[in-house]
Design a protein around this ligand. Structure first.
Ligand code: FAD
Ligand code: NAD
Length: 469
């Protein structure tokens, strides 16, 4: 094959893009992956999943050492925070992993082109490097994997100093006295938890009358209760209408969503966590005639192909949950389709996890969705409180809830709030992927004593026969 002509050119090296590139190369295709950042791995590795989990873990260790160990008979004295060391640990992990992606691309013979990609017509991508030098490459197939960036709201300008997005909140130089978080979703609750554990007072201002929209309502209520116990404050049904920077910090103006008097909220730092928007600036979509949705996402069909043949889009830049593992699944599916396969992504079995303490994890339908869709269902619930391992760990908050079809017993949704929920959800995902029933989970032998037994008991509870309750 002539130089600079590729079977596949992937634009963006986040979890969608780099996984797509590697899978396509595994299938024998000539692949280039264009990335504008100096580091690979996208939002996930640089300013998303990995750094946030590093800080969540480290801050949980601190909280545990301060408050959780004594009751286990472990005495620790003089526990204190070294924020610089914590940040250095986080940065070290990010550095290792982002370099690792470069090695994976090399190992799989994927050409890594550093520069900004723009679609310049059928099968043409122009790559502009940091010095402004342009190079045109030819692609039989193009995959748009350009991800997303933080959204803001009118009247609030993110400066990544006092008013930060998640990126700034992952790198604060000091623990704020009062952190106000706008948005009670994934980012707000995870990063609010980090800074709360490190000593900040945290107030979450949420537009809706509940946190984590889309999550099963019963779980969301329990979640908010547990976060309140950790001293997180909530102002629900409230909107922020403006921010004024003062010598002392910031004054935020808030208003009840349903009308009423405005109020002022003082803060040292404000985290804006109201969602993310697809990143398509400068990609040349309209010149190339590629359709987008009203909200600026790239429009794709069920095979993730745009209206232009041979141009695909995956990950955060297309509609759907903005999750790294969803982007990866789509990356694999597109690579396999380009190589002539018939893959599919099962969007009903994509788990979502909030990595707070306790964690919250879900897959499939919520009770509200089943009611809305008129599907008859049975509920099996089991609390961590009744599990021996959870008691031994002093991690007894929360429950597993399994929703199964009333007629067939097929598992339709699983919702977990509790210790290690993000790991426990995997067996529910697998059961659902295999079209399993609650009885299938209930009849599966689970090791004792493990937290997984809570999942088994919840499955037994679907048929009203939990043993330990
Ligand atoms: P991205 O990861 O955004 O990658 C897109 C890449 O494309 C970037 O590297 C960008 O520089 C590059 N790019 C953009 N335009 C161009 C161009 N024109 N030319 C060349 N390159 C370009 N998800 C989870 O599943 N679990 C989590 O725990 C989790 N935690 C998160 C925590 C935070 C704080 C944030 C912000 C997000 C988190 N997410 C999490 C979401 C997750 O990071 C994203 O869903 C995921 O990164 C999307 O992958 P992607 O490949 O679509 O896009
Ligand atoms: P989100 O969609 O999870 O939550 C945004 C919240 O902000 C919602 O509750 C929404 O009602 C609220 N909101 C919107 N406008 C508002 C306003 N004007 N005032 C007050 N509240 C307002 O978005 P996010 O937390 O910014 O996260 C972005 C994406 O990143 C998520 O979609 C998520 O998929 C991904 N993410 C995932 C993880 C994870 O998997 N653990 C972690 C972090 C981020």
């Amino acid at each position: 094959m002539a130089e600079d002509v590729y079977d596949v050119v992937v634009i963006g090296a986040g979890p969608g893009g780099y996984v797509c590139a590697i899978r396509a190369a595994q299938l024998g295709l000539d692949v280039a992956c264009v990335e504008k950042s100096e580091t690979l791995g996208g939002t996930c590795l640089n300013v998303g999943c990995i750094p946030s989990k590093a800080l969540l873990h480290a801050s949980e260790e601190l909280a545990h050492a301060k408050k959780g160990l004594a009751k286990h008979g472990v005495k620790v004295e003089g526990v204190s925070l070294d924020l610089d060391a914590m940040m250095a640990h986080k940065d070290g992990i990010v550095g290792q992993l982002t370099k690792g992606i470069g090695m994976l691309l090399d190992k799989n013979d994927v050409e890594h082109l550093q520069g900004t990609g723009r679609i310049a017509g059928t099968g043409q991508v122009v790559v502009t490097d940091a010095s402004g030098t342009k190079k045109t490459i030819t692609a039989k197939n193009i995959v748009i994997a350009t991800g997303s960036s933080p959204a803001s709201i009118p009247g609030i300008e993110i400066d990544e100093d006092r008013i930060v997005s998640s990126t700034g909140a992952l790198a604060l130089k000091a623990v704020p006295e009062h952190l106000v978080v706008i948005g009670g979703g994934y980012i707000g609750l995870e990063l609010g938890s980090v800074w709360g554990r490190l000593g900040a007072k945290v107030t979450v201002v949420e537009f809706l009358d509940r946190i984590t929209p889309g999550m099963d309502g019963e779980v969301a209520l329990q979640f908010q209760k547990l976060l309140k116990r950790q001293k997180m404050k909530f102002k629900l049904s409230t909107k922020v209408t403006g921010a004024e920077i003062t010598n002392a910090g910031l004054n935020l103006t808030t208003e009840p969503v349903d009308g009423g008097d405005a109020a002022t909220l003082e803060a040292d730092v404000v985290l804006v966590a109201v969602g993310r928007r697809p990143h398509t600036d400068g990609l040349g979509l309209s010149e190339a005639g590629i359709n987008t949705t009203d909200h600026g996402f790239v429009s794709v069909d069920e095979h993730l192909e745009t209206n232009i043949k041979g141009v695909y889009a995956i990950g955060d830049v297309v509609p759907g949950p903005m999750l790294a593992h969803k982007a990866e699944e789509e990356g694999v599916a597109v690579a396999e389709r380009i190589a002539g396969g018939e893959p599919h992504v099962n969007y009903n079995t994509i788990p979502g996890v909030v990595y707070t303490a306790p964690e919250v994890a879900a897959v499939g339908k919520t009770e509200e969705q089943l009611q809305e869709e008129g599907i008859e269902y049975k509920v099996g619930k089991f609390p961590f409180m009744a599990n021996g391992r959870a008691k031994a760990m002093s991690s007894v908050d929360g429950f597993v809830k399994i929703l199964a079809c009333a007629k067939t017993d097929k598992v339709l949704g699983v919702h977990i709030i509790g210790q290690d929920a993000g790991t426990l959800i995997a067996e529910a995902v697998l059961a659902m992927e295999f079209g399993g029933s609650a009885e299938d989970i209930a009849r599966t032998c689970h090791a004792h004593p493990t937290l997984n037994e809570v999942v088994k008991e919840a499955a037994l509870a679907v048929a009203g026969r939990a043993i330990h309750m």
